[in-house]
Write a protein that binds this ligand. Structure first.
Ligand SMILES: Cc1cc2nc3c(=O)[nH]c(=O)nc-3n(C[C@H](O)[C@H](O)[C@H](O)COP(=O)(O)OP(=O)(O)OC[C@H]3O[C@@H](n4cnc5c(N)ncnc54)[C@H](O)[C@@H]3O)c2cc1C
Ligand SMILES: NC(=O)c1ccc[n+]([C@@H]2O[C@H](COP(=O)([O-])OP(=O)(O)OC[C@H]3O[C@@H](n4cnc5c(N)ncnc54)[C@H](O)[C@@H]3O)[C@@H](O)[C@H]2O)c1
Length: 502
């Protein structure tokens, strides 16, 4: 712990946050300025390190992520000092931050990488859980081992992963949309994936190239709770692999989806009894269950806007995130994005002098490339942390710097329902209006390929399964090759596209 209570005299590079964005930023600064001290302040005892980084193609990247004790980072970079403390206030006029232990730290350039927290449908209800960090995932697992039924609200990454992974527990999944996975897929891809939810037997996990997540480096001492409230860094790919996501029953998947509805009201058991309302049993296929009522007494009940009510053991609110800006706002004139993030320009600089931001906390506010959009993802946290450090260095050295190439094309590799999923560019025709066409190729149970075309050029793609098309499509989007003469042949599996375009 930093002993000095009065502010240190020499301003230095200070980074707040031990997640992917903060650690990558600190590492890059340490490399650029080997004779300077870099201070990393983080609320949690473990940090996230990117290991085995590999640039697979121009923009697609693979890496593993390890949770490590802070000493491992300090050993790798002797000029990085990690302080475990929560930042309570930023005094930007004095170029100084205050931490929970009463210390003040003066900076010459500061990068805020404090991540985000779950945006819960209902704060303070003990039956509503959010999943963000290792502690919250463990709490979820603990509750699941005693559960017969859970309700999942939300239709993004966490919900998609949970409905597939949970076994031995009834899952009622309530989504606002017509089809599953709205943040990643259109209705066609959703239909392709839905069959996997009904499969009774879990299949062998596929091994494929994508980011892996490991807590191997996490020391025993760091496995105890941090006492820092809900301030661990975000989980990521394969976070559930070490967790036994099994409820009390013996079946595999049992998922019922309620579409186009939201949560109207949540009742605790006694409140529900007094209300005299009726709840529905778990719906069975092809059976009109509206005539029956659920006899079971549940700890909590959820009334949906479609007038259906279900009881359950607990609710997972997988309803997105809110940037962790709160400790930094008071007295500072930050421009905030609509999503509540700190707006950053093309140099990752916020609206406050010498303060940069990267990762989930920030809102990218530069005019984006036609094929890129911000999504709060691990890859973007790494790219932003790295690029923010480059920009901080360039500012100190008086050099100019261009927006990094990684922001030219949105590229995300992940896994849903045991399929490899690659998303490129405007994969859901985001912002293209009606002036675009879709081309599809689908083999049930095997692959789903969708490309988004505009004026004969490829703007985006969704690749589900082992399609091996990602590198070729990445090039076609980046080069804006005129593909109009190929028509539907573009997706003909008998044509080797690589021969044409590589
Ligand atoms: C369950 C789950 C699954 C996910 N799966 C994927 C996936 O498959 N693929 C993918 O690309 N992305 C995934 N993500 C998203 C990804 O994990 C995040 O986008 C990314 O990790 C954000 O990194 P970050 O460094 O910006 O923030 P974080 O990882 O949240 O780190 C923030 C850091 O700031 C610290 N901090 C916060 N407040 C303070 C304070 N006041 N003072 C000091 N320190 C503070 C925290 O302790 C933490 O170390 C997932 C997220 C979750 C929650
Ligand atoms: N494999 C992956 O890439 C992956 C997996 C898990 C999580 N993540 C990331 O982790 C973060 C958190 O995941 P998440 O699933 O909570 O967020 P998300 O942004 O992916 O999805 C949020 C979902 O909640 C819905 N929603 C929002 N408010 C709602 C409300 N009041 N009622 C009902 N639905 C509501 C939205 O329509 C959306 O479907 C995100 O940044 C996500 O991208 C990524």
């Amino acid at each position: 712990m930093e002993a000095a209570r009065p502010p240190s005299t020499a301003g230095r590079f200070v980074v707040v946050g031990g997640g992917i964005a903060g650690v990558t930023c600190a590492e890059q600064l340490a490399i650029q300025f080997p004779s300077e001290d870099i201070l990393l302040i983080t609320a949690h005892p473990v940090i996230k390190a990117v290991t085995n980084f590999k640039q697979v193609s121009k923009v697609l990247e693979e890496f593993d992520v390890e949770e490590q004790p802070k000493t491992m980072l300090e050993n790798r970079f002797p000029n990085i000092k990690v302080i475990q403390s929560e930042v309570k206030q930023l005094k930007s006029k004095e170029h100084c931050i205050l931490t929970g232990d009463g210390s003040q730290h003066v900076y010459k350039k500061l990068c805020l990488c404090a991540g985000a927290k779950p945006k819960l449908i209902c704060e303070g209800n003990p039956y509503v859980l959010g999943i963000r960090d290792t502690d919250s995932a463990q709490e979820f697992q603990k509750q699941l081992t005693k559960a017969k039924r859970v309700m999942i609200i939300g239709n993004g990454g966490i919900a998609l992963e949970l409905v597939y992974e949970i076994e031995g527990c009834e899952v009622i999944w309530a989504i606002k949309d017509k089809a599953i996975g709205n943040t990643f897929f259109d209705a066609g891809a959703a239909e392709f994936l839905t069959s996997k939810l009904i499969a009774e037997k879990p299949e062998a996990r596929i091994a494929h190239k994508r980011t892996r997540y490991t807590t191997e480096g996490r020391k025993k001492e760091a496995q105890t709770k941090s006492g820092a409230g809900n301030l661990g860094s975000a989980l990521g790919p394969d976070w559930h692999e070490g967790l036994n996501l099994k409820g009390t029953k013996e079946f595999s998947h049992k998922v019922h989806i309620e579409t186009m509805c939201e949560v109207k009201k949540i009742y605790l058991q006694e409140e529900f009894r007094i209300s005299k309302k009726k709840s529905l049993p778990f719906p069975r296929d092809h059976c009109n269950q509206s005539v029956t009522t659920d006899k079971e007494a549940w700890p909590v009940y959820v009334e949906l806007t479609n007038e259906k009510t279900y009881g359950c053991d607990f609710i997972v609110s997988a309803t997105g995130v809110i940037p962790n800006t709160e400790p930094f706002l008071c007295g500072n004139n930050f421009d905030l994005g609509e999503d509540g993030g700190l707006k950053v320009d093309a140099h990752m600089h916020t609206s406050v002098s010498d303060v940069y931001a990267a990762g989930d906390i920030c809102t990218a506010s530069w005019p984006p490339s036609p094929f890129w959009q911000q999504m709060r993802l691990w890859t973007q946290a790494r790219q932003m942390g790295w690029y923010a450090a480059k920009c901080m260095a360039a500012a100190i050295l008086g050099e100019s710097i261009d927006l990094d190439f990684s922001f030219e094309l949105f590229a995300h590799v992940t896994k849903f329902f045991n399929y490899k999923v690659v998303l490129l560019g405007k994969y859901n025709a985001q912002g293209l209006g009606s002036d675009h066409e879709l081309m599809l190729r689908c083999t049930k149970g095997q692959e789903y390929v969708k490309v988004v075309m505009q004026n004969g050029q490829m703007m985006g793609a969704v690749l589900i399964g082992e399609t091996d098309l990602e590198e070729t499509f990445e090039n076609l989007i980046l080069n804006q090759t005129d593909l109009s003469s190929y028509g539907e042949d573009l997706l003909d599996p008998n044509i080797d596209l690589e021969d044409y375009f590589d």
